[in-house]
Design a binder for this molecule. Structure first.
Ligand SMILES: Cc1cc2nc3c(=O)[nH]c(=O)nc-3n(C[C@H](O)[C@H](O)[C@H](O)COP(=O)(O)OP(=O)(O)OC[C@H]3O[C@@H](n4cnc5c(N)ncnc54)[C@H](O)[C@@H]3O)c2cc1C
Length: 401
């Protein structure tokens, strides 16, 4: 594998850097660099700017309005966005349901939903997990029955509950796994439905995270009517589409550009932080830990690039491997950040994350939010399928255990 960027890729990096320098609002970058909480408007503001440039569908083919970029260009784009402090483009539409609709959706679904994902008109959320159906996802019980209305028209009637639904409070649409054949073997009676979040019968209950952020929700479906045409692909084939989506989700969780940015921030912090009269960065024990993380990150970067270049599809062991290593490294970086700021990490004040704290933080401005981030990212080894389960998948697919 040639690790040098070609002249074309270097020119592409220059173009991307120039676009971001021109288009990214400084106040958004400021919030991202200080790890403050972003509002829906913040995310949509950047999404709309990128959409106008035609770059939201970084991984999409051109026939659906995507960029058609090769994996290296996508990697460069993500890296430059992270370095500059751009908010993420929400993955639920672009990286998760979008590829499923492209691969398995009807022509009408493609024509309707894909442009709306690109423009940011629809904010999607993911309705997979349920109480009692997380790791054992195929045990899900939310039921969709095909029923006839009084006028003879047919629709799906959905009843049940989803949980851990990220940012559902902002969502216009939810993609849901629902049980359509309770008699079939559990993986074979599941379908993939697209549901309008404004449908009567849907209610949300917030779940607050360790850092007090309202990031996840319970979603309840009480006799929710869903048009028949909102079924993706064939009835009872949803498990296949669900796994296809998970492959995209897990690969996308190892966002190398962001980790590199976080590691660089950690180095800057350690250069400023004093420890027994010298910079923490000079401390041999600390710098050894830092070097070890950096080496791990470089190894992961090469693995990610190799995976992207192999153009794999679906949930295979590589996606699981990237998910496990990516989240482990991310948590290790945040843990070392906490170690670096020492006592300044203790007074955890959610108000700093909202950017509305009245008194200045006692430590560096960029350290004020780190405790919240550290606490928040305990989630990373759980969501997208817990790391224990990913290790099971790796052991089955690679080691044949
Ligand atoms: C912050 C956050 C956001 C999320 N967002 C979403 C979302 O938007 N949409 C959505 O659908 N879901 C979402 N999830 C759900 C997530 O995918 C599940 O939490 C995850 O799959 C684990 O399922 P569970 O919580 O039911 O844990 P359980 O399945 O109850 O597992 C509990 C523990 O037991 C371990 N375990 C279970 N079975 C085995 C086994 N066979 N072998 C070894 N260990 C095992 C697990 O690894 C875990 O450590 C989110 C979760 C979190 C924490």
């Amino acid at each position: 594998m040639d690790l040098q960027y070609s002249p074309e890729h270097q020119a592409f990096r220059t173009e991307v850097r120039a676009f971001i320098a021109r288009a990214l609002p400084p106040e958004l970058a400021h919030k991202v660099h200080l790890h403050l909480r972003l509002s829906k408007q913040d995310y949509l503001r950047w999404h709309t700017i990128v959409a106008a440039q035609g770059w939201v569908g970084a991984s999409w083919p051109q026939e659906y309005g995507g960029t058609g970029w090769d994996p290296i260009r996508r990697h460069i784009w993500e890296e430059e966005c992270a370095q500059a402090g751009a908010p993420i483009i929400m993955p639920f539409g672009v990286n998760m349901v979008g590829p499923v609709i492209m691969a398995f959706g009807s022509p009408a679904q493609k024509a309707h939903y894909l442009p709306r994902i690109l423009s940011g008109e629809d904010w999607w959320c993911q309705g997979y997990s349920e109480p009692g159906a997380g790791s054992d996802l195929a045990s899900l019980r939310t039921r969709a029955e095909k029923v006839s209305g009084q006028d003879g028209s047919q629709y799906w009637l959905v009843n049940g509950q989803k949980t851990w639904t990220t940012l559902a409070q902002h969502a216009d649409m939810i993609f849901c796994l629902v049980r359509t054949d309770p008699q079939a073997r559990k993986q074979e009676g599941i379908s993939f439905l697209l549901i309008d979040m404004k449908s009567p019968g849907i209610t949300l209950r917030p779940i607050h995270m360790l850092d007090e952020e309202h990031e996840v929700n319970e979603v309840f479906f009480d006799n929710v009517k869903v048009p028949l045409e909102n079924l993706v692909g064939a009835e009872n084939r949803g498990w296949t589409y669900a796994k296809y989506l998970l492959g995209h989700e897990r690969t996308g969780i190892a966002v190398i550009g962001r980790y590199k940015h976080d590691l660089a921030a950690l180095k800057r912090l350690a250069a400023r932080q004093q420890n027994h009269g010298r910079a923490l960065l000079q401390d041999p024990l600390f710098s050894a830990k830092l070097a070890s993380l950096e080496i791990e990150l470089m190894a992961l970067e090469v693995t990610v690039l190799r995976t992207l270049c192999s153009q794999h599809q679906g949930p295979d062991a590589k996606a699981s491997l990237l998910k496990v290593r990516g989240t482990e490294l991310q948590q290790a970086i945040y843990e070392l950040q906490m170690e670096a700021i020492g006592p300044y990490g203790l007074p955890f004040e959610p108000d700093y994350l909202e950017g509305r704290a009245e008194a200045p933080h006692t430590g560096f401005a960029d350290a004020a939010a780190l405790a919240g981030r550290y606490l928040n990212f305990r989630k990373a080894s759980i969501y997208g399928g817990s790391n224990e389960i990913q290790r099971n998948i790796i052991s089955q697919l690679i080691l044949g255990l």
